[in-house]
Ligand binder design. Structure first.
Ligand code: NAP
Length: 302
């Protein structure tokens, strides 16, 4: 709604959702729990990661995961395998971690080299240690609302909505993107009885996407196309969650690139009630959710 005397302004009080500070709060909660476990003479939670090859992006993500573990007092183990490791050898390593009573949970950093079948790898992980939540058993449990490991990005988004007390019940939620790690699991979670949104999943074949998006009370953009969502696709007062992170070249940063979200932030933000920035919105919540899943594994709750 436009302001009656100031046509350029909206009546909504827009709040930028701070993923960094929310993730920090959750990290502190986990760190306190770990301290209390150690005081009770229980062993440290232990997260392991398998990294195949030395892809730059994967190296960075795994380094972040190890740093996050250190910050909350987890033990971490990085298993490095050569780029040309056979699928059989990788599956053997997974079997070892499945059997290792000292490892609470582990991940295999994706993507994997082309000669390895990703699905064979995911299904080889013990579902009770599958802290990435990619195993079909965990996906299936999520669908029917049983306790499960939920993949980190959807988990983080749900946690953000909860911690900001954002009303979801009866709201129209449009998710743009239907990937197995973001859009699809998120659509299942948003429609669950505890959340009660009415969910539409849009994708590259969706007709009149602008109309579909502009009917959303909660719009979640997870398509990987920088600044795709413009102001004329967003309803006034909507909650906008931007999952997209695309590296675009930049002369202003040391690295030579910067991260862009799927939402044209400057023009969309003034129309929203809440919006996540990129960076500093969903990203930090994804990172902390892996730690939360590891705590669930420690407690054998899945
Ligand atoms: P993905 O596997 O490439 O899936 C993209 C989805 O978007 C597909 O379902 C695709 O439709 C849909 N799509 C693409 N272009 C579209 C268009 N023009 N209109 C409508 N739908 C369109 O991507 P993803 O792994 O889900 O990741 C999405 C984005 O989120 C990426 O930028 C990724 O880097 C980012 N991400 C961020 C985090 C984080 O922590 N912040 C975590 C994970 C991913 P079809 O199915 O029809 O092809």
């Amino acid at each position: 709604m436009r302001h009656p005397t100031c046509p350029g302004a909206y009546l909504y009080c827009m709040e930028i959702i701070n993923g960094n500070s929310t993730a920090k709060i959750i990290k502190d909660e986990i760190a306190q729990e770990v301290q209390s476990m150690i005081r009770s003479r229980l062993r440290q939670p232990h997260l392991a990661a398998i990294l195949v090859g030395s892809d730059g992006g994967s190296e960075t993500y795994v380094a972040y995961k190890i740093k996050d573990c250190k910050e909350v007092g987890f033990r971490s183990t990085l298993v490095r395998l050569d780029e040309d490791v056979t699928e059989t050898s990788l599956l053997e390593k997974i079997g070892e971690l499945n059997q290792d009573p000292d490892v609470d949970g582990f991940i295999v950093q994706l993507p994997l080299p082309d000669h390895i079948n990703e699905q064979n790898v995911i299904t080889a992980i013990d579902p009770c240690k599958d802290v990435d939540g990619f195993h079909p058993v965990n996906v299936g449990k999520t669908v029917i609302g049983l306790p499960s490991f939920i993949s980190a990005t959807p988990y983080g988004i749900i946690e953000l909505l909860k911690r900001y007390n954002i009303e979801t019940s009866g709201k129209n939620c449009v998710i743009v993107g239907r990937s197995n790690i973001v859009g699809r699991p998120l659509s299942i979670l948003m429609s669950q009885k505890s959340i009660n949104a009415t969910v539409t999943v849009a994708h590259s074949r969706t007709k009149d996407l602008k109309k579909v998006c502009s009917e959303a009370d909660i719009l979640i953009a997870a398509l990987g196309s920088p600044e795709f969502i413009k102001a004329d696709m967003v309803k006034e007062g909507a909650v906008v969650i931007d999952v997209g992170t695309t590296r675009v070249p930049s002369t202003e940063t040391k690295s030579g690139f910067r991260l862009k979200g799927d939402v044209k932030f400057d023009e969309v933000a003034p129309k929203c009630s809440y919006i996540t920035p990129v960076p500093g919105g969903v990203g930090p919540m994804t990172r902390v959710s892996l730690l939360s899943n590891t705590m669930i594994a420690v407690k054998k709750k899945c």
